[in-house]
Design a protein around this ligand. Structure first.
Ligand code: NDP
Length: 463
């Protein structure tokens, strides 16, 4: 072992899959069923959240097998469970470096070094920004790249909001925000929507969405929070101010290829080049799957199909080159997936001063006043994909700390007043309290070690 705990000479694996969207998980399902025991690096902060773009969407109504639609995060949870059931090994970190000019290939995360004979790159694409002058000032203070995650926050309720973009994401987000806003402005830079007909019709027929065609956002104004945007008509060049408290970006994505720049062939837009319809890249044993190499179709189902092809191609290549190591599973027929029941909201009858994890306002009030332990308050909303990733992480943290700290989950849609008092402006947000004092706050999903460290620093056990 090296001093940071890395194994300096690890065994060589069959296959590492980088990325945890539909492409990555489908590749993992196929490769694990083929007894390759693949390792899947989920990604963490680089390139969006684990689970990919479907984690930030609501209903997916075009994925076959779900006649009534399925929530994007739920679909990803199902794919993940299926990959785990068949023996995929998950590493919940970012891949930091790939060395593809040597064999076996090397994959580094911040804690692990892996040698592997083949790799599938399924790193997807990340949300684009507009790059406006004051964007950084109002980021998370009115500007968001995920209406589904942040739309329910109190600051956006009963206010006018704007969405920029004209694709499926923009239309879905504009329609979703009508639940909360008095009016939604959709800002489209051309004179047409690029979204699917069904999605576009929903927007065009909504009384609460006003579309500004041939328009762009040229400036942002406000104080502590966004208060208005400057809108420019690209034909007449006239400008007008729109008083909106929220601006949601839905302007497409850029492929996540920073790990492979200068190692594999990319096209002029940064997409990984493969032969049309095939997963092979310019290096034998390295395959691409999903949006990282698909500028055209970019669907969950096409990404899943690409993941399937990449896994089959990797298996074939390992066999042809006598590199394959068949690793039989302990059980021929793995156990069925265990589905944990969602925990109930705690009330006066079910409250337990010592329980590690509870839900709702009642538990929050009681623990805040009566518990002497560090308290993590996790603010979530129903459709927030990153919340799906965070909640089990926090429960694992609390389990591992074995009673040293407690957690309480607050759904900001059920408890808007609490969210307002706590100054929550997006989900997930985690606050750490100790003796009624707010010690720390984190937005989004962090590595488990970040929460553990903060809790340990504030634990009585330490002193
Ligand atoms: P798209 O690339 O399809 O659309 C991006 C939109 O943003 C386009 O209208 C584009 O304009 C506009 N745009 C790009 N850059 C700018 C800019 N700088 N300023 C203003 N506008 C800009 O991205 P989406 O995220 O909407 O969709 C990606 C894929 O995911 C698609 O295949 C889509 O079908 C799928 N999807 C499916 C969903 C579902 O089934 N529930 C939900 C969301 C997405 P222009 O048209 O002029 O280029």
């Amino acid at each position: 072992m090296s001093k940071n705990g890395q194994i300096t000479n690890p065994p060589t694996e069959n296959l590492v899959i980088v990325g945890s969207g539909p492409a990555g998980y489908t590749a993992a399902i196929y490769a694990s069923r083929a007894n390759l025991k693949p390792i899947l690096i989920t990604g963490f902060q680089k390139g969006g959240i684990p689970g990919g773009q479907l984690m930030t969407t609501t209903f997916v109504e075009n994925f076959p097998g779900f006649p009534d639609g399925v929530m994007g995060p739920e679909l990803m949870d199902l794919m993940k469970s299926q990959a785990l059931r068949w023996g995929t090994q998950l590493i919940e970190e970012d891949a930091e470096e790939l060395q593809l000019r040597r064999r076996p290939f090397l994959v580094k995360t911040n804690e692990t070094l892996i040698k592997t004979n083949s790799i599938i790159i399924a790193t997807g694409a990340s949300a684009n920004k507009l790059g406006l002058k004051n964007e950084d000032i109002y980021w998370s203070r009115g500007i968001s790249a995920c209406a589904i995650c942040d739309g329910a926050t109190p600051q956006f309720r009963e206010e006018e909001l704007a969405v920029v973009g004209g694709g499926d994401s923009a239309c879905e987000e504009a329609f979703y925000l009508t639940k909360y806003a008095t009016k939604v402005h959709l800002i489209v830079r051309s004179k047409e929507l690029r979204a699917s007909k069904a999605m576009a019709d929903r927007v065009l027929n909504s009384q609460n969405i006003s579309i500004h065609w041939n328009s762009e956002v040229s400036d942002l104004y406000g104080s502590n929070w966004l208060e208005a945007i400057q809108l420019k008509d690209l034909i007449s060049k006239k400008e007008q101010e729109l008083k909106v408290k929220g601006l949601f970006y839905a302007i497409g994505h850029t492929p996540n290829t920073d790990l492979i720049t200068n190692q594999l062939n990319l096209d002029s837009s940064g997409y990984l080049i493969t032969e049309a319809g095939r997963p092979e890249t310019s290096i034998d044993g390295v395959y691409a799957a999903g949006d990282v190499s698909d500028w055209e179709w970019r669907q969950g189902i096409t990404a899943a199909a690409a993941g399937c092809k990449a896994a089959l191609a990797a298996e074939r290549w390992l066999t042809e080159n006598n590199l394959i190591q068949i690793i039989p599973r302990d059980k021929v027929e793995p156990e069925k997936v265990f589905k944990s029941e969602p925990i109930e909201i705690t009330d006066i009858n079910s409250f337990n001063l010592n329980a590690p994890y509870q839900r709702g306002e009642y538990a929050l009030r009681k623990l805040y006043h009566e518990s002497s332990k560090p308290l993590l308050v996790i603010y979530t909303s129903t459709n927030c994909g990153p919340c799906h990733v965070l909640k089990p992480q926090i429960r694992r943290v609390l389990d591992e700390l074995n009673g040293e700290a407690q957690g309480v989950e607050i759904d900001i849609e059920l408890s808007p007043e609490i969210a307002k008092q706590a100054g929550i402006n997006g989900t997930p947000t985690v606050q750490l309290f100790k003796s009624k004092n707010l010690i720390k706050q984190w937005k989004g999903v962090k590595q488990r070690s970040v929460y553990v460290e903060a809790i340990k620093q504030n634990s009585y056990k330490k002193s």
